[in-house]
Ligand binder design. Structure first.
Ligand code: 13P
Length: 251
């Protein structure tokens, strides 16, 4: 099986002002041990901070990404940001289809897929998010829902270099609740199998992250499960000490 490099990514969501540069500074200062252990680190700040933080993070173990992009490269789309603009600002990656975008902005799988194609066009790594609601899990439909999202949101021709999948159960985000190890194992195995059907052997190079209430005290349990190749961290990524303590699960 292809060795997949662990990836610990921090999604700052709509948090962060210019003063947050100091938190990135602390992360850069303390990232050495996890970086030496081979862990890849990414921070996804709000769009207003991308250029500043990307300039600071250049040449360090931390890369910077955006939280969304538009599908088109330019045009009359007030308030939107093209993938090319993210790349131009120094972004290396972009999160797409986060459940908060799917809910707050009505993003469908087709929209997410179009954005993922745009991100590829701009040379960005795509971190495509999928995950079921509590009602869907209670109805026994979690795997089917995620399979449908994966099928609809991930473009053809994806590789381990340009695609990362983040499984984030909606009910685990910001709640302190996490799925059982058995449920995560089942979901990640199902996602890997689906990716193999579509991409053959290349599927073994695509990293599958878990996200939803990942904290320093549960990181080792969650992140060392089979087919869990890292984490997409929300709240705990706002503090350097917590973020790096999570990444230390791989040290
Ligand atoms: P929390 O880690 O705050 O639960 O958020 C997870 C998330 O949505 C990351 O994208």
């Amino acid at each position: 099986m292809t060795a997949r490099r662990p990836l610990v990514a921090g999604n700052w969501k709509m948090n962060g002002l210019s003063t947050s540069a100091a938190e990135l500074e602390r992360m850069i200062d303390a990232a050495g041990p996890v970086a030496s252990a081979g862990v890849e680190l990414m921070i996804f700040p709000p769009a207003t901070l991308i250029a500043r933080l990307a300039a600071r993070a250049a040449g360090t173990p931390i890369s910077i990404g955006g939280q969304d992009c538009h599908a088109r490269p330019s045009g009359a789309h007030t308030g939107d940001i093209a993938a090319e603009m993210l790349a131009d600002a120094g972004a290396h990656a972009v999160i797409l289809g986060h459940s908060e975008r799917r809910t707050d902005h009505g993003e469908t799988d087709a929209v997410v897929r179009a954005k993922a194609e745009a991100a590829h066009r701009a040379g960005l790594v795509r971190v495509v998010c999928v995950g079921e609601t509590l009602a869907e899990r209670a109805a026994g439909r979690a795997v089917a829902v995620v399979a449908r999202q994966l099928e609809g949101s991930v473009p053809d021709g994806a590789t381990g270099y340009d695609l990362v999948i983040a499984y984030e159960p909606v009910w685990a985000i910001g709640t302190g609740h996490v799925p059982t190890a058995a449920d995560i194992l089942e979901m990640h195995a199902a996602m890997r199998a689906l990716l193999r059907q579509r991409f053959g052997g290349e599927a073994d190079a695509i990293r599958l992250l878990y996200g939803g209430s990942v904290k320093p005290d549960n990181a080792r349990t969650l992140l060392t499960l089979t087919d869990v190749d890292g984490a997409l961290v929300g709240g705990a990524s706002l503090k350097a000490a917590d973020f790096l303590a999570i990444a230390a699960a791989y040290v």
